[in-house]
Design a protein around this ligand. Structure first.
Ligand SMILES: Nc1nc2c(c(=O)[nH]1)N[C@H]1C(S)=C(S)[C@@H](COP(=O)(O)O)O[C@H]1N2
Ligand SMILES: [Mo]
Length: 259
């Protein structure tokens, strides 16, 4: 576990030094020091293997009781996407929303919010840990991701589940850069990995990712993509964003952010 502690210390040190508190998260590697990147990438690989061995594939993250709910569920990062397609959906109360599921699947499909709400639901009270060092406890309700994966049929060569989001964080050379994230199939099929549409007994608020955000309870907050537009099964991450598996990963964060 020393690797993890070192990483945390590194990140919080960098966070204090950083002046770029973009959207409430920090970019510890803005300097793009390739040596630091290389070391971190190796440490991340070790952390990933070690934690995968320790955690096994089905160990549950701790769940809490209702009286332990610690609020507010502090909204972080983008909290009110201004993208036109998203505004139109929000104005229609997400009745026209479709979740696209594509890539390495046998039967690409799209699901309405009603489709997702009609699936067997799972409710869990869990702690959300942001890399910035704060945490809250909230109750989440949603459809287990494995149910959706089973409906579309995952091809054997698929290794990753990539979440594409509606919200734009910045404008890049080739156009707007939208949030995205990815996890492996072990986490995707984990019983606590849900596509959440409910929080604390009410519909998921826009600030927290309406209409759908993923919960990946054994990893840090930035893995839990909000405003999910599409889910793509892939055999590698090179063709998404800058190729590191997520918006923040492309800016130096670890891909495997085990808690
Ligand atoms: N689409 C999208 N998902 C996102 C973010 C974001 O900016 N956009 N921020 C991430 C970060 S850093 C955290 S800590 C959590 C915050 O979730 P909350 O707003 O429900 O607290 O969402 C994560 N998922
Ligand atoms: Mo975060």
């Amino acid at each position: 576990m020393t690797i993890r502690l070192d990483r945390r210390r590194f990140l919080s040190g960098a966070a204090i030094a950083s002046t770029s508190a973009l959207a409430g998260c920090f970019d510890p590697l803005l300097a793009n020091d390739s040596q630091v990147r290389g070391v971190l990438a190796k440490a991340n690989d070790l952390t990933y293997r070690a934690q995968r061995l320790l955690l096994g594939s089905d160990n549950l993250a701790r769940e809490f009781s209702r009286s332990e709910i610690r609020q507010p569920m502090r909204p972080n990062g983008i909290t009110d996407p201004q993208d036109e397609d998203y505004r139109a959906l929000a104005a229609a109360n997400f009745e026209t929303y479709r979740l696209e599921v594509n890539g390495l699947v046998d039967r690409p499909a799209s699901f309405s919010l009603a489709d997702i709400r009609n699936m067997p639901a799972r409710t869990q009270i869990t702690r959300h840990d942001c890399v910035e060092g704060w945490s809250c406890i909230a109750e989440w309700t949603g459809a287990p991701l494995h149910l959706i994966l089973d409906q579309v049929g995952v091809k054997p060569q698929a290794r990753f589940v990539v979440f594409s989001c509606f919200d734009t964080l910045e404008n890049g050379f080739t156009g707007p850069i939208r949030y995205y994230e990815s996890i492996d199939l072990l986490d995707a099929r984990h019983p606590q990995t849900i596509l959440a549409y409910g929080m604390n007994g009410a519909a998921l608020p826009v600030a927290n990712g309406a209409p759908i955000r993923v919960r990946v309870e054994r990893q840090l907050g930035y893995k839990m993509a909000k405003y999910i537009r599409a889910i793509t099964l892939a055999d590698n991450l090179a063709t998404f964003g800058d190729g590191s598996g997520g918006y923040w990963e492309d800016r130096g964060y670890e891909w495997f952010a085990g808690i």
